[in-house]
Design a protein around this ligand. Structure first.
Ligand code: AP5
Length: 303
């Protein structure tokens, strides 16, 4: 009897992402880290077939799980689908995470889950968690794990995130948050790290404005509103002052290394100090490569 991978099957594949070939702007640069096949997990499919890296970067070895050893043949259908992307984006306060997420979401259709937005929604709803969260946010501190971890985990578990893929913004921010996520089985395919010098960050925070109607992010100098009507309704975040951003930066520096160490193998560093289109172009290359790798690996699996 043949073991079949149906048209709805997905396969997790090892891949190599090389993003340093980006060249749309001379001012843009990307300090890429290669994502090596050996550094990514090989996850068995629910049909007992997985790919395993065998030391040769150009070759993957098919491995059958113990449950499938009685099957004489494998048949893999060419119409198998590519698994949705799971992406994390990280960086200091105002490094441009939210701005890039707007662009990534528009092109790749991922579900954008921003820890800060979830917390601000709790504050706006006047919940007990919201009240507690605000006390910490006003001091530029991390909100305690018992509030944040469950909130993010529940959002990641919802059907839209599972079906379309997710884009996690501003989480995890500590080792304990990263460990909790791993325990629940949420691991990223790619960890995007936006690099921006500190003096630029302060200027970005102080000039940031938000449109309460569309949720769009503006900046008085770098991304001004399109019309007077929009300009008139823009708001400022309560923690967007020079004094508070310095506290937020301190918290960021205190935690960032521990988080990075967990995702080193799938991290791509992006120069976030250029204009937003050029930042996105770098990210776009990394995501396109990732999808291409998956598609071609699926194709060779089906061949
Ligand atoms: P959060 O809301 O996540 O804030 P943050 O990390 O400080 O990041 P920001 O939202 O300020 O900036 P961003 O990187 O999204 O930049 P943006 O695109 O808006 O968190 C707030 C607080 O909530 C935390 O301090 C903490 O207390 C709590 N919290 C959140 N997550 C938590 C967690 N996991 N655990 C515990 N507590 C948590 O851009 C900024 C400005 O720059 C905009 O005006 C934009 O137009 C402009 N801009 C963007 N890109 C460019 C560019 N390339 N060139 C010029 N201008 C640009």
């Amino acid at each position: 009897m043949a073991t079949m991978i149906s048209s709805s099957s997905t396969v997790n594949l090892p891949m190599t992402v090389k993003t340093n070939s980006f060249s749309t702007s001379p001012s843009s640069s990307i300090n890429s880290k290669h994502i090596l096949p050996s550094q990514l997990p090989c996850t068995p499919t629910n049909h007992g077939l997985s790919l395993r890296y065998d030391g040769n970067p150009l070759r993957c070895r098919h491995r059958r799980s113990p449950q499938s050893t009685n099957s004489a043949n494998f048949q893999v259908l060419a119409s198998a689908t590519v698994e949705p992307l799971k992406i994390m984006i990280s960086g200091a306060p105002a490094s441009g995470k939210g701005t890039q997420c707007e662009l990534i979401k528009e092109k790749y259709g991922l579900v954008h889950i921003a820890a800060g937005d979830l917390l601000r929604a709790e504050i706006a709803a006047g919940s007990e968690n919201g009240k507690r969260a605000k006390e910490h946010m006003e001091k530029g501190q991390l909100v305690p794990d018992e509030i944040v971890v469950t909130m993010v985990k529940e959002r990641l578990s919802q059907p839209d995130s599972q079906e379309n893929g997710w884009l996690l913004d501003g989480y995890p921010r500590s080792l304990s948050q990263a460990t909790a996520l791993k325990k629940y089985g949420f691991q990223p395919d790619l960890f995007i790290l936006l690099e921006v010098p500190e003096d630029t960050l302060v200027e970005r925070v102080v000039g940031r404005r938000l449109d309460p109607v569309t949720g769009k992010i503006y900046h008085v100098k770098y991304s001004p509103p399109e019309t007077d009507e929009i300009a008139a309704r823009l708001t400022k975040r309560f923690d967007d002052t020079e004094e508070k951003v310095k506290l937020r930066l301190k918290t960021h520096h205190h935690n960032v290394e521990a988080v990075l160490s967990l995702y080193e193998d799938v991290t791509v560093e992006v120069n976030g100090s250029v204009n937003k289109e050029d930042v996105f172009a770098q990210i776009d290359v990394a995501l396109t490569n990732l999808l291409e790798q998956r598609k071609s690996a699926l194709g060779s699996l089906a061949a």
